[in-house]
Write a protein that binds this ligand. Structure first.
Ligand SMILES: [Zn+2]
Length: 257
């Protein structure tokens, strides 16, 4: 996987970012610097698309896009911090072409939000130059706002925010080794799919015939809440409805989502 990383805005002068409690241009570089070795450790190739100086805002944008488009990238990611005139905005949001809800973009927002930010979601970013003009799948992340209450949370959770970005983007395309997930990551749900017809479900974790309370059919899917639990010589899963089902590979398969 090949990722173009753009630390949003020039460092100073034309095209530089928002200034509040946090200075956007400095923080976007801090994030890119931190996530680059993490992406590389997960087997991703990182192409730096950061522009430190430009004659104007538009010259900055054109240069960033030029750097991205001369590479064959799987993802182009531009990192930003948000700002609003009232200095009251809070939360994480991301922008994609036509607001496409790429699962990895949605996960970035969910995972950063789980670290103590409001989730503003994935939005329509076609109007943004770096989204519209880059050939690769493009994502612009507004990690949080430059003022309070986000600024303090950002400082405290900086390492976890970086982990969230790498885990959501690299971890879900099977990067090896899998990046470390951020602390407080929303838990993934486990599901069990039935592989055969007339499979027994049980009202208690027991293989006794009296425990059987019904049957389920091939390709039915249930949410797992516990297990596998050892029961006698076998193992079972407890399902969301409170019933138990065998955990034997021959009869069921489990997956996360
Ligand atoms: Zn910005």
């Amino acid at each position: 996987m090949r990722i173009g990383l753009n630390a949003g805005h020039t460092l100073t002068g034309a095209g530089s970012g928002a200034v509040g409690v946090l200075t956007e241009s400095i923080e976007t570089r801090r994030i890119v610097q931190a996530v680059t070795p993490m992406f590389e450790a997960a087997g991703c190739e990182v192409v730096d698309c950061t522009v430190d100086r430009a004659a104007s805002q538009s010259a900055y944008l054109e240069e960033a896009v030029r750097m991205a488009n001369r590479e064959d990238l799987d993802w182009f990611i531009s990192i930003h911090l948000n700002n609003d005139a009232a200095k009251k905005g809070e939360g994480v949001e991301a922008y994609t072409y036509q607001g496409r809800q790429y699962p990895d973009a949605v996960e970035v927002c969910e995972m950063i939000a789980a670290l103590g930010f409001k989730n503003r979601g994935v939005k329509e970013g076609t109007g943004l130059y770096v989204i519209r003009k880059t050939k690769a799948k493009a994502l612009l992340i507004e990690v949080c706002f430059v003022n309070e209450p986000d600024a303090s949370t950002y400082q405290r959770q900086f390492d976890e925010i970086c982990r969230a970005i790498v885990y959501a983007l690299a971890g879900y395309v099977g990067a090896q080794p899998t990046p470390t997930p951020p602390a407080g990551m929303p838990e993934k749900k486990r599901y069990v799919r039935v592989k055969c017809d007339r499979l027994s479900i049980r009202n208690s974790p027991s293989w006794a015939d009296q425990a059987i309370c019904g049957t389920v059919g091939k390709n039915e899917v249930f949410t797992v809440v516990e297990g596998p639990i050892t029961v006698g010589n076998g193992r079972m899963y407890k399902l969301k409805s409170g019933v138990y089902i065998t955990a034997a590979d021959k009869y069921v398969e489990v997956y996360e989502k």
